[in-house]
Ligand binder design. Structure first.
Ligand code: GLN
Length: 535
């Protein structure tokens, strides 16, 4: 029977509820349980796919093509599992379903209301995910902060759900912040008490408090929190700021966090096996070398916009006990060739991640040219591959004015063009080529060596593709098409075999990297960067 763990947040936003949930997932997995997760987001967008990365950070894509919140990325990385579109629930998608039913006449005669119609739909989403994953534990994180008007239908649904499944089958972990006042040298518990009161006013009692804090919580303050918030003393868990997010599961385990959860959910305790994770954390916290990798993109002011790319780079570094320093380069600053050279001269490798729109594209082309001409290890992702093909077409294959039709509709050489089935698409929500597709890898290529396989599956999120009409010309000029869709129609990976690592892919490898299993293409990049630095 599945047990349910709801995670709410209070006091402030950006507390790291996602990391707490992901860490709990990791701990439960390490005890041999199966875990599924869901993220509830109270905003009205049907999914975050249409939101600017500046507003909401990265859009994480699942195998089945859902465009979801970046927290899902943390969950997949910590738990090492693949989740689905049922893992992501927004107010927008819930209301859309209910309104569609109303228009169809499903509620004929009835007044459609938040309670019970919206809350029933929310509860049915919990049930659907349970049916798909049949996990031992289902972790459900509610985005936003308790007290937000938008979050109320979700909170009410949890209240109903907990009452329906009964004591011992569902718990609520409430995450709060303990601010530190330097003048009095104290951690303050009052904001946490208040946020628990707000939670209670909606009929929900937390069973566990996870308190984010910069300092250790004194025993007296833990006791105070337990008393005022009606939780057991052992259920007041400290969550200190850590150097690496991957340390969090271990810090929580030291306080017996997962066993406290098991006890509350009337499940017998189990020993955990965290040896390999401990080994990972040891490599993270005791690096033997450092390398510097540049990310040249457009959303560099908000690192969350590329969070999976950053994590993937780090994962590949961990394997070598290397600490990877990220150098953020705004591609617009690379439009000037001299400045581009200056910015790249101290890095060991460069990544051009995905993106949309023309801003900074010419700068990206300069970055790629520099990498190609100077044998600087390079990985291009999605738009990064489209730019690599454009750069190669212009400067190696001699196709003057080559471009993607996303940036120049009248280019004499549209080497990147809209896919046929995209030409008639209207509207922006969920209309791209999304989710996992198989790819055939060319024997003997760098990509083949990296993957150790000729058959792979990777996740996509784009509208444009390399124009098939130019493949022969580009091949003749030396570009190797090392990954193709199984029907041979779509270019998925290109590379220049003479260089140490110059590989670009149309898909997003960053969605499949795990801390203990770095993605082959990132591993290729980092291995080449380290080799060059050490020779
Ligand atoms: N803008 C490009 C496209 O739509 C690339 C998208 C991306 O990098 N995710 O194809």
């Amino acid at each position: 029977m599945t047990k349910y763990i709801f995670i709410t947040g209070g006091v402030v936003s950006s507390l790291g509820k996602g990391i707490v949930g992901a860490s709990l997932g990791k701990l439960l997995r390490s005890k041999g349980f199966t875990v599924a997760i869901q993220k509830f987001d109270p905003y009205i967008n049907v999914d975050p796919g249409t939101m600017s990365p500046f507003q909401h950070g990265e859009v994480f894509v699942t195998d089945d093509g859902a465009e979801t919140d970046l927290d899902l990325g943390h969950y997949e990385r910590f738990i090492d599992a693949n989740f689905s579109q049922l893992s992501s629930v927004t107010s927008g998608s819930v209301y859309q379903t209910v309104i569609n039913k109303e228009r169809r006449g499903d509620y004929l005669g009835g007044t459609v209301q938040v309670i019970p119609h919206i809350t029933n739909e929310i509860k049915s989403r919990i049930a659907k995910a349970q049916k798909q994953f049949k996990p031992d534990f289902q972790i459900i994180e509610i985005g936003g902060t308790i007290g937000d008007i938008e979050g109320l239908p979700f909170i009410e649904s949890i209240r109903q759900f907990k009452a329906e499944v009964g004591i011992g089958n569902a718990i609520n972990i409430h995450c709060t912040l303990l601010p530190y006042l330097p003048t009095s040298g104290e951690l303050k518990t009052k904001p946490s008490q208040h946020s628990v009161n707000v939670l209670r006013s909606h009929g929900l009692n937390p069973e566990i408090l996870v308190c984010r804090t910069a300092k250790p919580i004194p025993k007296t303050e833990k006791e105070k929190l337990a008393l005022f918030c009606s939780v057991a003393k052992e259920a007041v868990i400290e969550c200190r700021d850590m150097k690496s997010i991957y340390e969090v599961p271990l810090a929580l385990e030291e306080q017996n966090f997962a066993n406290v959860v098991l006890k509350l959910l009337q499940t017998p305790e189990r020993a955990s096996n965290l040896d390999s994770w401990k080994d990972l954390v040891n490599r993270i916290t005791h690096p033997e070398k450092t390398i510097k990798i540049a990310i040249a993109g457009k959303y560099t002011k908000l690192s969350d916009a590329y969070i999976s790319v950053v994590e993937s780079i780090k994962h590949a570094g961990y394997e070598h006990s290397a600490k990877t320093e990220i150098k953020w380069i705004n591609s617009e600053d690379c439009v000037d060739v001299a400045q581009c050279k200056e910015l790249l001269k101290d890095v060991d490798g460069v990544v051009i991640p995905g993106g949309f729109g023309i801003r900074g594209v010419e700068g990206k082309l300069n970055v790629i040219r520099y990498a190609r001409e100077n044998n600087l290890p390079f990985l291009g992702i999605c738009l990064g591959m489209q730019c690599a093909v454009t750069e190669f077409a212009r400067n190696v294959a001699g196709l003057k004015g080559a471009n993607s039709t996303e940036f120049d509709e009248h280019s004499p050489h549209p080497v990147v063009d809209l896919m046929l089935d995209q030409k008639n698409v209207k509207g922006y929500g969920g209309t791209m080529r999304l989710g996992a597709y198989d790819c055939q890898v060319k024997k003997g290529s760098k990509a083949h060596e990296a993957y150790g396989s000729t058959k792979i599956s990777e996740r996509h999120r784009h509208r444009y593709e390399v124009n098939t009409e130019y493949i022969e010309q580009l091949k003749k000029a030396g570009l190797v098409f090392s990954g193709m869709s199984p029907d041979g129609m779509l270019s998925e990976i290109v590379e220049i075999p003479q260089l140490d690592w110059f590989v670009a892919c149309q898909f997003h490898p960053e969605f499949k990297s795990r801390p203990e299993k770095p993605h082959p293409l990132f591993r290729g990049l980092i291995t080449a960067a380290i080799k060059q630095k050490e020779s």
